[in-house]
Design a protein around this ligand. Sequence first.
Ligand code: F0G
Length: 408
Amino acid sequence: MSPRLVCGTCGLRLPRGSLRLQCSCGGLLEAHPAPSLRGVRLRAAFDRRREGDPAGEGSGVWRFRELLLPGRGPLVSHPEGNTNLYRRDAVARWAGVADLALKHEGENPTGSFKDRGMTVAVTQAVRAGATALACASTGNTSASLAAYAAQAGLPALVFMPRAKVAAGKLAQALCYGARVLEVRSDFDECLRLAREASDELGLTLLNSVNPWRIEGQKTIVLELLQQRGWEPPDWIVVPAGNLGNTAAFGKALREARELGLISRLPRLAAIQAAGAAPFYHSFRAGFRRRFRVRAETIATAIRIGDPVSYERAARAIRQTRGVVAAVSDREILSAKAVVDGAGIGCEPASAASLAGLRQLVRRGIVGPRDSVVAVLTGHLLKDPRVARGAPVVIAPRVSEVERVLKDL
Ligand code: F0G
């Protein structure tokens, strides 16, 4: 039987069907899919399924099943994916490029891209006989895990940094029935605790250290390539925190090229918040040094100082001739106002991608004629406190409405 999981650090190969999610050396495990089809035939299979029921064959995640989880069986799926690519002239003009599409991952069932990874990882966990699920989270992972655990009928324990999680996400985790632990520390400590507790107490960890999360998140890239008729854009821009997505995007692109789904690699641009930018500092140092910082940013989803997927994300940037940029909270809020003002809307961390794109255009790294897909990672309603403007309070009289109309 061929090995399916390989440690990215020490090279240990685990046999197919192994239940382990972390290597004893502390390195992260990586799945190695081996589809029987390749090239145009694999593309044709994906394209045929796309015509099918979005809750079945046409799922935005599971239609790529050969590249996800080996074996067949029941799926824990809501379903996921099939998110839109939006083109809005005003947004493109603001960024400084003519050809821009926004892929809105906030359209997944719990309002963020995490659902794509969670459906694969929870399906695997159920097949492996998991009895309790756990994660550390800045909010979205816990909302997603809570929903998928509820669907699977398994208990979920989530570790969150106290008072640093946006209201919508906390509400989701509680409403879906997870047991929420507010840790008096930051996300990085929460993840350390969740990893340790999972090891010692036999919980199945659903953070992106879980290789099946990465496999699911590859479908953001696979789906956007398919939506473009398998014609890659010049750039894919993504917000970066714990670096699971950056790693997953790199892996998806590598596999897509190796399998002949595409013939050319887009360049990846990973965008961090300036107050939480250890990966950016490493990039500037040519990845010769790994940085860890104490993180602070209004974009709480990416308030992360010691990203766990550092190594594999660095590989993704190198292999795609990618770049890493850092944007201030002010740049993030300006970009969010543009996305919101276009009637699309996103949470603050998501707007980092557009803010980063604008910066990269101004620095001459992205050309004005380059084609770009920027990923919006989460829904506007996740973080309702970060809102522009305030309501106007009026008495119930038409004259008051008239007064407001004059100021519009
Ligand atoms: N955008 C949003 C909305 C997120 O929730 C996250 C991560 C990211 C971007 C960054 O993605 O970690 O793959 O680089 N949220 C995690 C969580 C950490 O716990 O919900 P990444």
